[in-house]
Design a protein around this ligand. Structure first.
Ligand SMILES: Nc1ncnc2c1ncn2[C@@H]1O[C@H](COP(=O)(O)OP(=O)(O)OP(=O)(O)O)[C@@H](O)[C@H]1O
Length: 601
Protein backbone atom coordinates (compact mmCIF):
# COMPACT_ATOMS: atom_id res chain seq x y z
CA UNK A 1 0.00 0.00 0.00
CA UNK A 2 2.83 2.36 1.00
CA UNK A 3 4.64 1.58 -2.27
CA UNK A 4 1.57 2.56 -4.29
CA UNK A 5 1.03 5.72 -2.24
CA UNK A 6 4.68 6.84 -2.60
CA UNK A 7 4.75 6.04 -6.30
CA UNK A 8 1.51 7.91 -6.93
CA UNK A 9 2.69 10.92 -4.90
CA UNK A 10 5.92 11.10 -6.92
CA UNK A 11 4.01 10.57 -10.14
CA UNK A 12 1.62 13.46 -9.49
CA UNK A 13 4.52 15.60 -8.35
CA UNK A 14 6.35 14.92 -11.66
CA UNK A 15 3.19 15.73 -13.61
CA UNK A 16 2.67 18.96 -11.70
CA UNK A 17 6.23 20.06 -12.49
CA UNK A 18 5.92 19.14 -16.16
CA UNK A 19 2.53 20.82 -16.42
CA UNK A 20 3.95 24.01 -14.90
CA UNK A 21 6.83 24.17 -17.36
CA UNK A 22 5.51 22.76 -20.64
CA UNK A 23 1.72 22.88 -20.70
CA UNK A 24 1.45 23.14 -24.50
CA UNK A 25 3.56 20.08 -25.25
CA UNK A 26 1.93 18.13 -22.42
CA UNK A 27 -1.59 18.74 -23.80
CA UNK A 28 -0.46 17.94 -27.34
CA UNK A 29 1.20 14.73 -26.20
CA UNK A 30 -1.90 13.62 -24.32
CA UNK A 31 -4.07 14.24 -27.38
CA UNK A 32 -1.69 12.26 -29.58
CA UNK A 33 -1.59 9.38 -27.10
CA UNK A 34 -5.36 9.44 -26.75
CA UNK A 35 -5.75 9.12 -30.50
CA UNK A 36 -3.06 6.43 -30.61
CA UNK A 37 -4.91 4.48 -27.92
CA UNK A 38 -8.02 4.22 -30.08
CA UNK A 39 -6.17 2.95 -33.14
CA UNK A 40 -5.24 -0.68 -32.20
CA UNK A 41 -8.78 -1.79 -31.44
CA UNK A 42 -10.02 0.00 -34.58
CA UNK A 43 -7.37 -1.85 -36.57
CA UNK A 44 -8.41 -5.20 -35.10
CA UNK A 45 -12.05 -4.46 -35.81
CA UNK A 46 -11.12 -3.41 -39.36
CA UNK A 47 -9.10 -6.62 -39.92
CA UNK A 48 -12.03 -8.68 -38.78
CA UNK A 49 -14.33 -6.83 -41.20
CA UNK A 50 -11.85 -7.10 -44.04
CA UNK A 51 -11.42 -10.86 -43.63
CA UNK A 52 -15.16 -11.41 -43.23
CA UNK A 53 -15.92 -9.28 -46.32
CA UNK A 54 -13.26 -11.20 -48.33
CA UNK A 55 -14.70 -14.48 -47.14
CA UNK A 56 -18.28 -13.33 -48.02
CA UNK A 57 -17.02 -12.09 -51.40
CA UNK A 58 -15.40 -15.49 -52.14
CA UNK A 59 -18.17 -17.72 -50.81
CA UNK A 60 -21.40 -15.82 -51.57
CA UNK A 61 -20.20 -13.25 -54.16
CA UNK A 62 -20.59 -10.18 -51.94
CA UNK A 63 -19.61 -6.58 -52.79
CA UNK A 64 -15.99 -5.83 -53.79
CA UNK A 65 -16.74 -2.27 -52.57
CA UNK A 66 -16.82 -3.53 -48.94
CA UNK A 67 -13.46 -5.30 -49.34
CA UNK A 68 -11.86 -2.18 -50.81
CA UNK A 69 -13.39 0.07 -48.16
CA UNK A 70 -11.99 -1.98 -45.25
CA UNK A 71 -8.68 -2.41 -47.01
CA UNK A 72 -8.24 1.36 -47.52
CA UNK A 73 -9.40 1.98 -43.94
CA UNK A 74 -6.80 -0.50 -42.68
CA UNK A 75 -4.06 1.24 -44.68
CA UNK A 76 -5.17 4.64 -43.33
CA UNK A 77 -5.19 3.43 -39.72
CA UNK A 78 -1.71 1.92 -40.12
CA UNK A 79 -0.39 5.14 -41.69
CA UNK A 80 -1.99 7.23 -38.90
CA UNK A 81 -0.28 5.02 -36.31
CA UNK A 82 3.12 5.70 -37.90
CA UNK A 83 2.38 9.39 -38.28
CA UNK A 84 1.31 9.79 -34.64
CA UNK A 85 4.40 7.87 -33.50
CA UNK A 86 6.71 10.28 -35.34
CA UNK A 87 4.87 13.42 -34.18
CA UNK A 88 4.87 12.19 -30.60
CA UNK A 89 8.68 11.67 -30.81
CA UNK A 90 9.15 15.31 -31.83
CA UNK A 91 6.76 16.60 -29.16
CA UNK A 92 8.48 14.48 -26.50
CA UNK A 93 11.89 15.85 -27.51
CA UNK A 94 10.62 19.44 -27.40
CA UNK A 95 9.09 18.76 -24.00
CA UNK A 96 12.42 17.37 -22.75
CA UNK A 97 14.32 20.44 -24.00
CA UNK A 98 11.91 22.96 -22.46
CA UNK A 99 11.82 21.05 -19.20
CA UNK A 100 15.58 20.58 -18.94
CA UNK A 101 16.22 24.30 -19.40
CA UNK A 102 13.84 25.22 -16.61
CA UNK A 103 15.01 22.36 -14.38
CA UNK A 104 18.69 23.27 -14.67
CA UNK A 105 17.97 26.95 -14.00
CA UNK A 106 16.08 26.02 -10.82
CA UNK A 107 18.79 23.60 -9.78
CA UNK A 108 21.52 26.23 -10.17
CA UNK A 109 19.39 28.73 -8.23
CA UNK A 110 18.87 26.23 -5.43
CA UNK A 111 22.58 25.40 -5.33
CA UNK A 112 23.36 29.09 -4.89
CA UNK A 113 21.16 29.17 -1.81
CA UNK A 114 22.94 26.28 -0.07
CA UNK A 115 25.85 26.74 2.33
CA UNK A 116 29.27 26.28 0.75
CA UNK A 117 30.31 23.64 3.28
CA UNK A 118 27.74 21.22 1.86
CA UNK A 119 29.64 21.09 -1.42
CA UNK A 120 32.69 19.67 0.36
CA UNK A 121 30.66 16.70 1.56
CA UNK A 122 30.90 13.57 -0.60
CA UNK A 123 27.43 12.33 0.36
CA UNK A 124 25.99 15.63 -0.81
CA UNK A 125 27.96 15.31 -4.06
CA UNK A 126 26.46 11.83 -4.61
CA UNK A 127 22.95 13.18 -4.04
CA UNK A 128 23.64 16.14 -6.32
CA UNK A 129 24.77 13.70 -8.99
CA UNK A 130 21.54 11.73 -8.75
CA UNK A 131 19.45 14.90 -8.59
CA UNK A 132 21.08 16.03 -11.83
CA UNK A 133 19.70 12.89 -13.48
CA UNK A 134 16.19 14.07 -12.58
CA UNK A 135 15.77 16.34 -15.58
CA UNK A 136 15.28 13.30 -17.79
CA UNK A 137 13.67 11.18 -15.06
CA UNK A 138 10.82 13.59 -14.33
CA UNK A 139 9.96 13.90 -18.00
CA UNK A 140 10.37 10.15 -18.43
CA UNK A 141 7.96 9.61 -15.55
CA UNK A 142 5.40 11.93 -17.12
CA UNK A 143 5.83 10.28 -20.51
CA UNK A 144 5.68 6.79 -19.00
CA UNK A 145 2.49 7.88 -17.25
CA UNK A 146 0.94 9.13 -20.49
CA UNK A 147 2.08 5.93 -22.24
CA UNK A 148 0.70 3.90 -19.37
CA UNK A 149 -2.75 5.44 -19.56
CA UNK A 150 -2.80 5.39 -23.34
CA UNK A 151 -1.86 1.70 -23.36
CA UNK A 152 -4.33 0.89 -20.59
CA UNK A 153 -7.09 2.49 -22.64
CA UNK A 154 -6.04 0.58 -25.70
CA UNK A 155 -5.88 -2.62 -23.59
CA UNK A 156 -9.36 -2.02 -22.19
CA UNK A 157 -10.64 -1.44 -25.73
CA UNK A 158 -9.19 -4.73 -26.95
CA UNK A 159 -10.26 -6.63 -23.82
CA UNK A 160 -13.82 -5.34 -24.06
CA UNK A 161 -13.82 -6.34 -27.71
CA UNK A 162 -12.57 -9.84 -26.82
CA UNK A 163 -15.03 -10.17 -23.96
CA UNK A 164 -17.93 -9.39 -26.27
CA UNK A 165 -16.90 -12.59 -28.06
CA UNK A 166 -16.37 -14.54 -24.81
CA UNK A 167 -15.93 -13.12 -21.28
CA UNK A 168 -13.48 -15.95 -20.46
CA UNK A 169 -10.74 -14.04 -22.30
CA UNK A 170 -10.77 -11.34 -19.58
CA UNK A 171 -9.77 -13.36 -16.49
CA UNK A 172 -7.50 -15.65 -18.56
CA UNK A 173 -5.40 -12.79 -19.89
CA UNK A 174 -5.34 -10.82 -16.64
CA UNK A 175 -4.16 -13.77 -14.52
CA UNK A 176 -1.29 -14.29 -16.94
CA UNK A 177 -0.17 -10.69 -16.33
CA UNK A 178 0.19 -10.71 -12.54
CA UNK A 179 3.68 -12.35 -12.49
CA UNK A 180 4.91 -9.76 -15.00
CA UNK A 181 3.75 -6.85 -12.78
CA UNK A 182 5.42 -8.37 -9.69
CA UNK A 183 8.74 -8.84 -11.52
CA UNK A 184 8.74 -5.32 -12.98
CA UNK A 185 8.07 -3.73 -9.57
CA UNK A 186 10.72 -5.81 -7.85
CA UNK A 187 13.35 -4.73 -10.37
CA UNK A 188 12.25 -1.08 -10.35
CA UNK A 189 13.41 -0.80 -6.75
CA UNK A 190 16.52 -2.92 -7.31
CA UNK A 191 17.59 -0.72 -10.21
CA UNK A 192 17.32 2.44 -8.11
CA UNK A 193 19.31 0.86 -5.28
CA UNK A 194 21.99 -0.18 -7.75
CA UNK A 195 22.08 3.30 -9.25
CA UNK A 196 22.54 4.75 -5.76
CA UNK A 197 25.33 2.28 -5.02
CA UNK A 198 27.05 3.01 -8.33
CA UNK A 199 26.86 6.82 -8.10
CA UNK A 200 30.34 7.22 -6.50
CA UNK A 201 31.82 4.90 -9.15
CA UNK A 202 30.25 7.02 -11.89
CA UNK A 203 31.68 10.16 -10.30
CA UNK A 204 35.10 8.58 -10.16
CA UNK A 205 34.92 7.62 -13.85
CA UNK A 206 33.96 11.19 -14.68
CA UNK A 207 36.80 12.57 -12.57
CA UNK A 208 39.46 10.33 -14.12
CA UNK A 209 38.09 11.06 -17.57
CA UNK A 210 38.48 14.76 -16.84
CA UNK A 211 42.03 14.29 -15.55
CA UNK A 212 42.97 12.51 -18.76
CA UNK A 213 41.33 15.10 -21.02
CA UNK A 214 42.25 18.48 -19.53
CA UNK A 215 45.64 19.90 -20.56
CA UNK A 216 46.35 21.23 -17.03
CA UNK A 217 46.16 17.78 -15.46
CA UNK A 218 47.37 15.84 -18.50
CA UNK A 219 50.65 17.73 -18.36
CA UNK A 220 51.82 16.03 -15.15
CA UNK A 221 50.15 12.73 -16.02
CA UNK A 222 52.19 12.52 -19.27
CA UNK A 223 55.45 13.44 -17.59
CA UNK A 224 54.96 10.91 -14.78
CA UNK A 225 53.62 8.28 -17.21
CA UNK A 226 50.65 7.50 -15.02
CA UNK A 227 48.13 7.29 -17.86
CA UNK A 228 48.02 3.49 -17.69
CA UNK A 229 47.53 3.55 -13.95
CA UNK A 230 44.67 6.03 -14.25
CA UNK A 231 43.13 4.18 -17.17
CA UNK A 232 43.28 1.03 -15.06
CA UNK A 233 41.49 2.85 -12.24
CA UNK A 234 38.87 4.09 -14.73
CA UNK A 235 38.46 0.53 -16.10
CA UNK A 236 38.02 -0.86 -12.60
CA UNK A 237 35.31 1.71 -11.81
CA UNK A 238 33.67 1.18 -15.18
CA UNK A 239 33.74 -2.59 -14.79
CA UNK A 240 32.12 -2.39 -11.37
CA UNK A 241 29.28 -0.38 -12.91
CA UNK A 242 29.05 -2.51 -16.05
CA UNK A 243 29.21 -5.85 -14.18
CA UNK A 244 26.55 -4.82 -11.68
CA UNK A 245 24.29 -3.43 -14.38
CA UNK A 246 24.69 -6.57 -16.44
CA UNK A 247 24.05 -8.76 -13.40
CA UNK A 248 20.76 -7.03 -12.66
CA UNK A 249 19.80 -7.16 -16.34
CA UNK A 250 20.46 -10.92 -16.49
CA UNK A 251 18.55 -11.50 -13.27
CA UNK A 252 15.63 -9.36 -14.47
CA UNK A 253 15.57 -11.10 -17.84
CA UNK A 254 15.61 -14.54 -16.17
CA UNK A 255 12.44 -13.61 -14.29
CA UNK A 256 10.97 -11.93 -17.35
CA UNK A 257 11.58 -15.14 -19.33
CA UNK A 258 9.54 -17.02 -16.75
CA UNK A 259 6.70 -14.52 -17.04
CA UNK A 260 7.01 -14.79 -20.82
CA UNK A 261 6.53 -18.57 -20.57
CA UNK A 262 3.41 -18.02 -18.46
CA UNK A 263 2.17 -15.51 -21.01
CA UNK A 264 2.81 -17.93 -23.87
CA UNK A 265 0.84 -20.62 -22.08
CA UNK A 266 -2.00 -18.11 -21.73
CA UNK A 267 -1.61 -17.21 -25.41
CA UNK A 268 -1.89 -20.86 -26.51
CA UNK A 269 -4.81 -21.51 -24.17
CA UNK A 270 -6.59 -18.47 -25.61
CA UNK A 271 -5.77 -19.71 -29.12
CA UNK A 272 -7.17 -23.17 -28.31
CA UNK A 273 -10.24 -21.55 -26.88
CA UNK A 274 -10.70 -19.52 -30.07
CA UNK A 275 -10.32 -22.70 -32.18
CA UNK A 276 -13.01 -24.30 -30.01
CA UNK A 277 -15.29 -21.33 -30.69
CA UNK A 278 -14.75 -21.46 -34.45
CA UNK A 279 -15.27 -25.28 -34.53
CA UNK A 280 -18.54 -24.86 -32.69
CA UNK A 281 -19.54 -22.21 -35.23
CA UNK A 282 -19.80 -19.49 -32.56
CA UNK A 283 -17.48 -17.17 -34.51
CA UNK A 284 -16.45 -16.60 -38.14
CA UNK A 285 -12.92 -16.80 -39.58
CA UNK A 286 -12.54 -12.98 -39.38
CA UNK A 287 -13.29 -13.01 -35.63
CA UNK A 288 -10.85 -15.89 -35.18
CA UNK A 289 -8.00 -13.91 -36.82
CA UNK A 290 -9.04 -10.82 -34.83
CA UNK A 291 -8.91 -12.81 -31.56
CA UNK A 292 -5.40 -14.02 -32.30
CA UNK A 293 -4.36 -10.52 -33.29
CA UNK A 294 -5.95 -9.10 -30.10
CA UNK A 295 -4.20 -11.60 -27.85
CA UNK A 296 -0.89 -10.91 -29.56
CA UNK A 297 -1.37 -7.16 -29.18
CA UNK A 298 -2.48 -7.49 -25.56
CA UNK A 299 0.73 -9.34 -24.76
CA UNK A 300 2.88 -6.64 -26.39
CA UNK A 301 0.91 -3.83 -24.75
CA UNK A 302 1.09 -5.53 -21.36
CA UNK A 303 4.85 -5.66 -21.61
CA UNK A 304 4.93 -1.93 -22.36
CA UNK A 305 2.43 -1.14 -19.59
CA UNK A 306 4.32 -3.06 -16.93
CA UNK A 307 7.60 -1.57 -18.24
CA UNK A 308 6.09 1.92 -17.82
CA UNK A 309 4.96 0.99 -14.32
CA UNK A 310 8.45 -0.19 -13.45
CA UNK A 311 9.93 3.06 -14.86
CA UNK A 312 7.49 5.15 -12.82
CA UNK A 313 8.32 3.16 -9.70
CA UNK A 314 12.10 3.43 -10.25
CA UNK A 315 11.86 7.16 -11.03
CA UNK A 316 9.81 7.74 -7.89
CA UNK A 317 12.94 7.03 -5.79
CA UNK A 318 15.00 9.53 -7.77
CA UNK A 319 12.24 12.08 -7.43
CA UNK A 320 12.41 11.39 -3.70
CA UNK A 321 16.10 12.46 -3.85
CA UNK A 322 15.10 15.56 -5.77
CA UNK A 323 12.38 16.50 -3.27
CA UNK A 324 14.79 16.01 -0.36
CA UNK A 325 17.32 18.19 -2.20
CA UNK A 326 14.75 20.96 -2.69
CA UNK A 327 13.89 20.68 0.99
CA UNK A 328 17.48 21.32 2.11
CA UNK A 329 17.71 24.32 4.38
CA UNK A 330 18.73 27.42 2.46
CA UNK A 331 20.66 30.41 3.63
CA UNK A 332 17.99 32.88 4.65
CA UNK A 333 19.20 36.17 3.24
CA UNK A 334 16.06 38.20 3.76
CA UNK A 335 15.85 37.69 7.53
CA UNK A 336 19.45 38.77 8.00
CA UNK A 337 21.18 42.08 8.54
CA UNK A 338 22.74 43.73 5.53
CA UNK A 339 26.27 45.08 5.61
CA UNK A 340 26.94 48.27 3.64
CA UNK A 341 30.54 48.69 4.70
CA UNK A 342 32.89 46.62 6.81
CA UNK A 343 34.09 48.81 9.67
CA UNK A 344 35.67 46.05 11.71
CA UNK A 345 36.00 42.30 11.82
CA UNK A 346 36.44 40.67 15.21
CA UNK A 347 37.35 37.05 15.87
CA UNK A 348 36.94 35.89 19.44
CA UNK A 349 37.39 32.37 20.78
CA UNK A 350 37.06 30.79 17.33
CA UNK A 351 37.34 27.00 17.51
CA UNK A 352 36.46 25.08 14.39
CA UNK A 353 36.31 21.52 13.12
CA UNK A 354 35.14 20.36 9.70
CA UNK A 355 31.87 18.42 9.51
CA UNK A 356 32.54 14.66 9.82
CA UNK A 357 35.98 15.34 11.29
CA UNK A 358 36.65 14.80 14.99
CA UNK A 359 39.71 17.07 15.20
CA UNK A 360 39.63 20.80 15.92
CA UNK A 361 41.54 22.61 13.16
CA UNK A 362 41.28 26.03 14.82
CA UNK A 363 41.50 26.46 18.58
CA UNK A 364 40.48 29.59 20.45
CA UNK A 365 41.63 32.04 17.79
CA UNK A 366 41.30 35.77 18.57
CA UNK A 367 42.01 38.50 15.99
CA UNK A 368 40.93 42.09 15.64
CA UNK A 369 40.78 43.65 12.18
CA UNK A 370 39.74 47.31 12.30
CA UNK A 371 39.56 49.47 9.16
CA UNK A 372 42.90 49.89 7.43
CA UNK A 373 44.76 47.15 9.34
CA UNK A 374 47.17 44.97 7.37
CA UNK A 375 47.58 41.48 8.82
CA UNK A 376 49.86 38.67 7.67
CA UNK A 377 49.12 35.08 8.70
CA UNK A 378 52.01 32.65 8.63
CA UNK A 379 52.53 29.06 9.72
CA UNK A 380 53.68 25.70 8.46
CA UNK A 381 51.58 23.55 6.12
CA UNK A 382 48.36 22.33 7.67
CA UNK A 383 48.47 24.81 10.55
CA UNK A 384 44.96 26.07 9.66
CA UNK A 385 45.61 29.30 7.72
CA UNK A 386 43.22 28.62 4.83
CA UNK A 387 40.61 27.26 7.23
CA UNK A 388 40.82 30.51 9.19
CA UNK A 389 40.29 32.45 5.95
CA UNK A 390 37.24 30.33 5.15
CA UNK A 391 35.78 31.25 8.56
CA UNK A 392 36.63 34.93 8.16
CA UNK A 393 35.03 35.09 4.73
CA UNK A 394 31.88 33.32 5.91
CA UNK A 395 32.25 30.17 3.80
CA UNK A 396 32.05 28.34 7.12
CA UNK A 397 29.89 29.87 9.81
CA UNK A 398 30.67 29.52 13.51
CA UNK A 399 28.25 30.88 16.09
CA UNK A 400 29.36 34.00 17.92
CA UNK A 401 33.00 33.64 16.95
CA UNK A 402 33.30 35.99 13.96
CA UNK A 403 31.65 39.40 14.14
CA UNK A 404 31.47 41.99 11.43
CA UNK A 405 30.62 45.51 12.67
CA UNK A 406 29.81 43.79 16.01
CA UNK A 407 27.18 41.55 14.34
CA UNK A 408 27.66 37.79 14.44
CA UNK A 409 28.45 36.62 10.90
CA UNK A 410 25.63 34.07 11.26
CA UNK A 411 23.19 36.98 11.58
CA UNK A 412 24.55 38.80 8.56
CA UNK A 413 23.17 38.59 5.03
CA UNK A 414 26.25 36.80 3.77
CA UNK A 415 25.80 38.08 0.21
CA UNK A 416 25.95 41.68 1.41
CA UNK A 417 29.15 40.81 3.32
CA UNK A 418 30.65 39.11 0.25
CA UNK A 419 29.83 42.23 -1.77
CA UNK A 420 32.10 44.20 0.56
CA UNK A 421 35.12 41.89 0.61
CA UNK A 422 37.59 40.72 -2.01
CA UNK A 423 39.15 37.27 -1.82
CA UNK A 424 41.97 35.66 -3.74
CA UNK A 425 41.94 32.00 -2.86
CA UNK A 426 44.83 29.57 -3.11
CA UNK A 427 42.95 27.67 -5.81
CA UNK A 428 41.85 30.67 -7.83
CA UNK A 429 40.00 30.06 -11.09
CA UNK A 430 41.58 30.37 -14.50
CA UNK A 431 38.63 31.44 -16.64
CA UNK A 432 39.29 30.55 -20.24
CA UNK A 433 37.49 33.71 -21.41
CA UNK A 434 38.93 37.10 -22.41
CA UNK A 435 41.43 38.94 -20.18
CA UNK A 436 38.83 41.66 -19.62
CA UNK A 437 36.20 39.14 -18.53
CA UNK A 438 38.71 37.53 -16.18
CA UNK A 439 39.21 40.85 -14.42
CA UNK A 440 35.59 42.00 -14.60
CA UNK A 441 34.44 38.91 -12.68
CA UNK A 442 35.77 40.76 -9.62
CA UNK A 443 32.87 43.20 -9.97
CA UNK A 444 30.66 41.92 -12.75
CA UNK A 445 28.15 44.79 -12.50
CA UNK A 446 30.94 47.26 -13.24
CA UNK A 447 32.45 45.46 -16.20
CA UNK A 448 32.28 48.69 -18.22
CA UNK A 449 34.91 50.38 -16.01
CA UNK A 450 37.89 49.73 -18.26
CA UNK A 451 40.02 52.44 -16.63
CA UNK A 452 39.72 50.89 -13.13
CA UNK A 453 40.46 47.46 -14.54
CA UNK A 454 43.61 48.72 -16.21
CA UNK A 455 44.73 50.51 -13.04
CA UNK A 456 44.42 47.25 -11.11
CA UNK A 457 46.31 45.43 -13.88
CA UNK A 458 49.12 48.00 -13.76
CA UNK A 459 49.38 47.50 -9.98
CA UNK A 460 49.82 43.74 -10.31
CA UNK A 461 52.15 44.08 -13.30
CA UNK A 462 49.95 42.10 -15.73
CA UNK A 463 48.92 45.11 -17.86
CA UNK A 464 52.02 45.02 -20.08
CA UNK A 465 51.51 41.28 -20.80
CA UNK A 466 47.89 41.84 -21.71
CA UNK A 467 48.78 44.74 -24.02
CA UNK A 468 51.19 42.38 -25.80
CA UNK A 469 48.37 39.95 -26.67
CA UNK A 470 46.84 40.04 -30.19
CA UNK A 471 43.56 41.62 -29.01
CA UNK A 472 44.86 43.10 -25.78
CA UNK A 473 42.09 42.99 -23.14
CA UNK A 474 39.72 41.24 -25.56
CA UNK A 475 42.15 38.33 -26.10
CA UNK A 476 40.92 34.91 -25.06
CA UNK A 477 43.10 33.21 -22.47
CA UNK A 478 43.92 29.52 -22.12
CA UNK A 479 44.14 26.83 -24.79
CA UNK A 480 40.73 25.24 -24.56
CA UNK A 481 39.07 27.47 -27.15
CA UNK A 482 40.02 28.80 -30.55
CA UNK A 483 42.44 31.77 -30.66
CA UNK A 484 43.32 31.25 -26.98
CA UNK A 485 46.56 32.58 -25.52
CA UNK A 486 48.19 30.64 -22.72
CA UNK A 487 49.54 32.48 -19.69
CA UNK A 488 52.26 31.25 -17.37
CA UNK A 489 51.38 30.22 -13.80
CA UNK A 490 52.65 33.53 -12.42
CA UNK A 491 50.76 35.52 -15.05
CA UNK A 492 47.52 33.73 -14.21
CA UNK A 493 48.14 34.52 -10.54
CA UNK A 494 48.73 38.19 -11.32
CA UNK A 495 45.53 38.22 -13.35
CA UNK A 496 43.57 36.66 -10.47
CA UNK A 497 45.06 39.24 -8.12
CA UNK A 498 44.00 41.99 -10.55
CA UNK A 499 40.46 40.62 -10.34
CA UNK A 500 40.65 40.82 -6.53
CA UNK A 501 41.98 44.37 -6.56
CA UNK A 502 39.38 45.51 -9.11
CA UNK A 503 36.75 44.36 -6.64
CA UNK A 504 38.03 47.05 -4.27
CA UNK A 505 36.76 45.34 -1.09
CA UNK A 506 36.73 46.91 2.36
CA UNK A 507 38.85 43.94 3.38
CA UNK A 508 41.10 42.14 0.91
CA UNK A 509 41.80 38.51 1.80
CA UNK A 510 44.73 36.97 -0.02
CA UNK A 511 45.69 33.32 0.36
CA UNK A 512 49.29 33.01 -0.82
CA UNK A 513 48.87 35.69 -3.50
CA UNK A 514 52.48 35.52 -4.63
CA UNK A 515 53.22 31.79 -4.46
CA UNK A 516 53.79 31.57 -8.23
CA UNK A 517 55.79 34.80 -8.57
CA UNK A 518 59.54 35.28 -8.78
CA UNK A 519 61.11 37.04 -5.74
CA UNK A 520 61.48 40.36 -7.58
CA UNK A 521 57.85 40.46 -8.80
CA UNK A 522 56.73 39.30 -5.39
CA UNK A 523 58.41 42.13 -3.50
CA UNK A 524 57.33 44.75 -6.04
CA UNK A 525 53.79 43.54 -5.95
CA UNK A 526 53.45 43.36 -2.19
CA UNK A 527 55.00 46.82 -1.83
CA UNK A 528 52.68 48.29 -4.46
CA UNK A 529 49.70 46.56 -2.85
CA UNK A 530 50.40 48.00 0.57
CA UNK A 531 51.28 51.47 -0.71
CA UNK A 532 48.27 51.87 -2.92
CA UNK A 533 45.46 50.52 -0.74
CA UNK A 534 43.40 53.22 0.89
CA UNK A 535 43.80 54.06 4.58
CA UNK A 536 40.47 52.40 5.37
CA UNK A 537 41.07 49.24 3.37
CA UNK A 538 42.22 46.25 5.42
CA UNK A 539 44.34 43.40 4.14
CA UNK A 540 44.56 39.87 5.52
CA UNK A 541 47.09 37.80 3.66
CA UNK A 542 48.43 34.35 4.12
CA UNK A 543 51.95 33.74 3.04
CA UNK A 544 54.85 31.34 3.33
CA UNK A 545 57.22 34.01 1.99
CA UNK A 546 58.29 35.95 5.05
CA UNK A 547 59.87 38.78 3.04
CA UNK A 548 56.33 39.99 2.41
CA UNK A 549 55.29 40.05 6.04
CA UNK A 550 57.43 43.05 7.01
CA UNK A 551 54.87 45.37 5.37
CA UNK A 552 52.12 44.13 7.70
CA UNK A 553 50.98 45.96 10.85
CA UNK A 554 50.58 42.64 12.60
CA UNK A 555 51.86 39.17 11.88
CA UNK A 556 49.97 36.20 13.28
CA UNK A 557 51.75 32.88 13.62
CA UNK A 558 49.53 29.81 13.55
CA UNK A 559 50.63 26.41 14.78
CA UNK A 560 48.28 23.42 14.98
CA UNK A 561 45.32 25.78 14.73
CA UNK A 562 46.44 28.04 17.59
CA UNK A 563 47.92 31.53 17.50
CA UNK A 564 51.30 31.01 19.08
CA UNK A 565 52.77 34.45 18.37
CA UNK A 566 51.57 37.82 17.11
CA UNK A 567 53.14 41.25 16.68
CA UNK A 568 55.14 43.32 14.22
CA UNK A 569 58.06 41.89 12.25
CA UNK A 570 60.58 43.50 14.62
CA UNK A 571 58.75 42.32 17.74
CA UNK A 572 58.60 38.74 16.53
CA UNK A 573 62.24 38.72 15.49
CA UNK A 574 63.19 39.91 18.95
CA UNK A 575 61.04 37.18 20.48
CA UNK A 576 63.23 34.57 18.74
CA UNK A 577 60.35 32.08 18.67
CA UNK A 578 58.48 30.30 15.87
CA UNK A 579 58.47 33.28 13.48
CA UNK A 580 62.16 33.92 14.03
CA UNK A 581 63.00 30.30 13.15
CA UNK A 582 60.90 30.44 9.97
CA UNK A 583 62.39 33.80 9.04
CA UNK A 584 65.98 32.67 9.59
CA UNK A 585 65.41 29.73 7.22
CA UNK A 586 64.27 32.02 4.44
CA UNK A 587 66.40 35.08 5.11
CA UNK A 588 69.09 34.42 2.59
CA UNK A 589 66.56 34.07 -0.26
CA UNK A 590 65.40 37.60 0.24
CA UNK A 591 68.61 39.50 0.95
CA UNK A 592 68.90 42.66 -1.12
CA UNK A 593 72.02 41.28 -2.82
CA UNK A 594 70.22 38.19 -4.09
CA UNK A 595 67.40 40.25 -5.50
CA UNK A 596 69.82 42.60 -7.23
CA UNK A 597 71.72 39.61 -8.62
CA UNK A 598 68.47 38.20 -9.91
CA UNK A 599 67.71 41.53 -11.53
CA UNK A 600 71.12 41.63 -13.29
CA UNK A 601 70.68 38.06 -14.49
N1 LIG B 1 37.34 20.44 3.72
C1 LIG B 1 38.05 19.87 4.67
N2 LIG B 1 37.53 18.85 5.37
C2 LIG B 1 38.24 18.25 6.37
N3 LIG B 1 39.48 18.63 6.73
C3 LIG B 1 40.06 19.65 6.06
C4 LIG B 1 39.38 20.32 4.99
N4 LIG B 1 40.21 21.29 4.52
C5 LIG B 1 41.34 21.22 5.25
N5 LIG B 1 41.25 20.25 6.18
C6 LIG B 1 42.25 19.90 7.17
O1 LIG B 1 42.50 21.06 7.97
C7 LIG B 1 43.86 21.17 8.28
C8 LIG B 1 44.34 22.60 7.99
O2 LIG B 1 44.24 22.82 6.59
P1 LIG B 1 44.47 24.27 5.99
O3 LIG B 1 44.23 24.15 4.53
O4 LIG B 1 43.67 25.24 6.74
O5 LIG B 1 46.02 24.48 6.30
P2 LIG B 1 47.01 25.60 5.79
O6 LIG B 1 47.69 26.13 6.99
O7 LIG B 1 46.31 26.59 4.92
O8 LIG B 1 48.00 24.73 4.94
P3 LIG B 1 48.90 25.10 3.67
O9 LIG B 1 49.98 26.00 4.13
O10 LIG B 1 49.43 23.80 3.26
O11 LIG B 1 48.02 25.74 2.67
C9 LIG B 1 44.60 20.12 7.47
O12 LIG B 1 45.02 19.10 8.37
C10 LIG B 1 43.57 19.58 6.51
O13 LIG B 1 43.69 18.20 6.39
Amino acid sequence: MKIIKNTLTSYFYANKLTWKVCKKQFILLMLIKLLSAALPVTLIWCTERLIDSISTFITTGGQIRDVLFYFILEVLITLSTFFLQKVSMVVEQKMKDVFKLDFKKNLFNKQQMLPYEMFEDHDFQNTLNRVNANDTKIIQMTNSGVDFFSNIMSLIGILVYLMTISWWFGPLLLVGTIPLIVVQFKFGRKKYELFKFLTPFGRKEYYINDLLNKPNSLHEIRLYSIEDFLIQKWISSYQTSATNNLRILISQNKWLMLTQVIQMVVYFLSGLFAILLILRGVILIGSFVAILQSIHRIQGTLNTVTGSLSDIYESSFLIGDFKRFLGLEEINYSAKKKINKVINLEVSGLSFKYPNSPKYILKDVNISIPQGKKIAIVGVNGSGKTTLLKCLTGLYLTKNAVKVNDIDLEEVDIKSYHDRIAVLSQNFNRYEFTAKENISFGKIHESHKDKEMQEAAIKTGIHSYIMGLPNQYESILGRLFSKGNEFSGGQWQKLALTRTLFRNGDIVFLDEPTSALDPKSELELIESLFNTTSATQSIVFITHRLAATRFADEIIVLKDGEIVESGSHEELIQLEGEYYTLYEHQKQWYSETNIREAEIR
